[in-house]
Write a protein of this length. Structure first.
Length: 318
């Protein structure tokens, strides 16, 4: 593979980040990441509100199988990633988004670039973005949630192998509704910083102060159950918050404030691609697909999928 060839990675979640890191390590010089958001990390997401902070995506990670990877060791050594009192449970100090920020500090990242379609032009791939920019690349890796990647492919004029599309189209994600709450009084959670609730509309509560995310106390992230989220996802936040009022009063008492909400349309995968950790569908150019839905739906699986698609590129698997 020519090290001068350009590789564009769509999506700056952990899978896309590790694909870029692996390519750079192998000597591929022209690697660029694009993300439609204002930040990096995907569901490694942290938000500020009322002088405090909330993790409102992935709450913790398990990385036992990857602890010896140099990137993970560097995160730990730089105190960006830390193991909690619960063995095997790791969190991003000062916010999960800092993991992505640290890993991308030496990468070429373009934010607020939403890819709409790809066209083959004279042996290259022309990427058409929502901001009206058109950028040529030799190869492309789509690391966004698979539904978004398939929408891009459907709108594109490219040559690709359709044999795997039926399997990819069957892949689904759970929806997730998030509440970020400041409470007057602290909660006594089951674990050091979180509690899982198997029943009811609230399935998970995290204490952002005890996670060392918020310097302000009593800042809680609540994740609604998949069932509640699926039924109410399209409703406005005011209606959702009103529906949860009795549950929130039971948890916090009368003195609490909902500071912010968030919705994840592509949260945890419901099912998985079982024919490999990643896939290249391009016939003339390399067009790769990767993400946690190709593995186990977890952080470590997303990393492995990013490494897998980079390896396929380096082996020139077209």
């Amino acid at each position: 593979m020519n090290s001068k060839n350009s590789v564009s990675i769509i999506g700056c979640g952990i899978s896309g980040i590790f694909a870029a890191l692996e390519l750079k390590k192998a000597g591929i010089e022209n690697v660029q990441l694009f993300d439609k958001s204002r930040g990096v990390g995907g569901r490694l997401a942290t938000r500020r509100a009322n002088d405090g902070k909330f993790d409102h995506g992935i709450q913790y990670i398990k990385i036992d199988s990857l602890l010896q990877r140099p990137e993970i060791r560097t995160l730990i050594d730089n105190k960006t990633l830390a193991e909690t009192e619960e063995p095997g449970i790791f969190i991003g100090l000062d916010g999960m988004t800092n993991i992505a920020k640290f890993l991308t500090k030496d990468l070429n990242v373009k934010k607020e670039f939403k890819l709409l379609a790809i066209n083959e032009i004279n042996g290259s791939l022309e990427m058409n973005f929502e901001n009206n920019e058109k950028i040529l690349t030799d190869s492309i890796i789509l690391s966004s949630p698979i539904k978004q990647s398939l929408e891009i492919i459907e709108k594109s004029n490219i040559n690709y192998n359709k044999i795997h599309l039926e399997s990819l189209e069957r892949l689904e994600y759970y929806l997730a509704i998030i509440l970020m709450i400041e409470s007057t009084a602290p909660l006594n959670l089951d674990k050091k910083f979180y509690q899982e609730n198997p029943e009811g509309p609230i399935s998970f509560i995290a204490d952002n102060f005890k996670k060392n995310v918020s310097k302000k106390q009593n800042f809680y992230t609540l994740i609604c159950s998949p069932e509640f989220s699926a039924i109410n996802f399209e409703k406005d936040y005011a209606s959702i918050n009103l529906m949860l009022e009795d549950n929130l009063k039971y948890i916090f008492g009368p003195e609490y404030e909902i500071l912010s909400n968030h919705k994840w349309r592509y949260s945890i995968p419901k099912n998985f691609y079982t024919e490999g950790d990643s896939i290249n569908i391009g016939t003339n150019n390399f067009i790769g697909l990767c993400g946690d839905i190709f593995t186990n739906g977890r952080f470590d699986g997303a990393i492995n999928s990013g490494i897998s698609i980079a390896t396929k590129y380096l082996k020139n698997e077209i």
